[in-house]
Design a protein around this ligand. Structure first.
Ligand SMILES: [Zn+2]
Ligand SMILES: [Zn+2]
Ligand SMILES: [Zn+2]
Length: 288
C-alpha cells in the first residue's frame, strides 16, 4: 500500500513583497494575466495515505496562507515543514489554528533548532500562551527537530531535508519521495514525485547535489535577471537546473521584473515559471 491521489499545490510563487508590489505600476504589477499575481511562497502536498486517510502537509506558511488555503479548500494540516524563518515564509503560522479546530489535534512544526527558536520568539502568544492577558484562540503547535539529510517519514512519504545556502544563511530544501512500508522509496513514484522544493537559494553546497539527483520535479528559486546576494538569478537557476537534470523544473520566488509570458518565452525545454494555483499530480497537469 502506498500514497494515492497525490496533489502538489503551488500556494504561492512570488518574492517577499508579493506581486503586485504595493504602489507599483510596472507591466507585471498591472498585468491582467492571473499568472502575474504571485503571493508569497509556500506549497501543500495533499494525498491519501496508505491507510486510506486524507492528509495535507505544508511547506512554509506564508503571510498569504489564509487566501491560499481558501483558494484550494485546505481543511486539515498533518504537519508543517519550515525552510527558514524569514517573514515571507512563516508569518502565516497564526492561520493554522483553524486546522487545529477542524481536526481537534495539535500540529507538528518541523524545523531546524535556530528556526524553532525564532518562531518561539516571533509567536510568543502561541508558544507562551500562559502569559497572555486573556486566554484566546491560538494555534496548538509542537516542535519536531530537523537535521539535514536525516529523513522524516510521514504517512507514506519521506521528507529529506537538504542543506541550501540563502546568501550566508544556511536553510533547508525538501526532497519528497513516496515510500513503502519499510520506508524505502518506491521504484514507481506517483507523479510529480520525487520532487524537491528549493526556495530562497543562492547556492547549492557540495554535499547537497547528490540528494537532489534523480528527481522527477525540481522546484527552484529564480528571483530575477539582475544579481542578488541571497537568491539565484535567471541564468544561475537555469544552470543549476541543467546540472541537476530533473525531468522538469518549475521556478518560484519570482520578482516583478518579468511577466510570466516573458519568462516562459525564454525558458529552455523542460523548464517553466510556476504560478499560484498550479497543481501537479492527479489528472491536473494535462495542460502542461
Ligand atoms: Zn523568501
Ligand atoms: Zn511592479
Ligand atoms: Zn528568505
Amino acid at each position: 500500500m502506498s500514497v494515492k491521489d497525490l496533489e502538489f499545490i503551488f500556494l504561492g510563487t512570488g518574492t517577499s513583497s508579493g506581486i503586485p508590489v504595493i504602489g507599483c505600476s510596472c507591466p507585471t504589477c498591472t498585468s491582467s494575466d492571473p499568472r502575474d499575481r504571485r503571493l508569497r511562497c509556500g506549497a501543500a502536498v495533499r494525498f491519501t495515505d496508505p491507510n486510506g486517510l486524507p492528509r495535507t502537509l505544508l511547506i512554509d506558511v506564508s503571510p498569504d496562507h489564509r487566501e491560499q488555503s481558501l483558494r484550494h479548500g485546505l481543511e486539515r494540516c498533518d504537519g508543517i515543514f519550515i525552510t527558514h524563518a524569514h517573514v515571507d515564509h512563516v508569518f502565516g503560522l497564526d492561520e493554522v489554528r483553524r486546522y487545529n479546530s477542524l481536526m481537534r489535534a495539535p500540529i507538528a512544526v518541523h524545523a531546524e533548532p535556530e528556526v524553532t527558536e525564532a518562531l518561539h520568539r516571533i509567536f510568543q502568544h502561541i508558544y507562551a500562551r500562559q502569559d497572555n492577558a486573556n486566554d484566546s484562540f491560538v494555534a496548538d503547535l509542537y516542535d519536531v527537530v530537523l537535521e539535514p539529510l536525516r529523513p522524516v517519514f510521514l504517512h507514506g512519504l519521506r521528507f529529506m531535508p537538504v542543506r541550501l545556502l540563502h546568501g550566508r544563511l544556511p536553510i533547508l530544501g525538501f526532497r519528497i519521495d513516496a515510500v513503502d512500508s519499510k520506508g524505502v522509496p518506491l521504484r514507481d513514484q506517483p507523479d510529480p514525485l520525487p520532487l524537491a522544493w528549493c526556495t530562497d537559494v543562492s547556492s547549492v553546497p557540495p554535499g547537497s547535489w547528490e540528494p537532489l539527483q534523480g528527481l522527477n520535479t525540481l522546484v527552484l528559486d529564480m528571483l530575477r535577471d539582475r544579481a542578488h546576494p541571497t537568491h539565484m538569478t535567471f541564468d544561475e537557476a537555469v544552470s543549476a537546473a541543467d546540472s541537476l537534470a530533473p525531468s522538469r523544473t518549475f521556478f518560484i520566488h519570482m520578482s516583478h521584473d518579468s511577466t510570466h509570458q516573458e519568462l516562459l518565452q525564454r525558458m529552455p525545454p523542460g523548464m517553466t515559471p510556476a504560478w499560484d494555483g498550479l497543481v501537479l499530480g492527479t489528472d491536473t497537469n494535462s495542460d502542461l
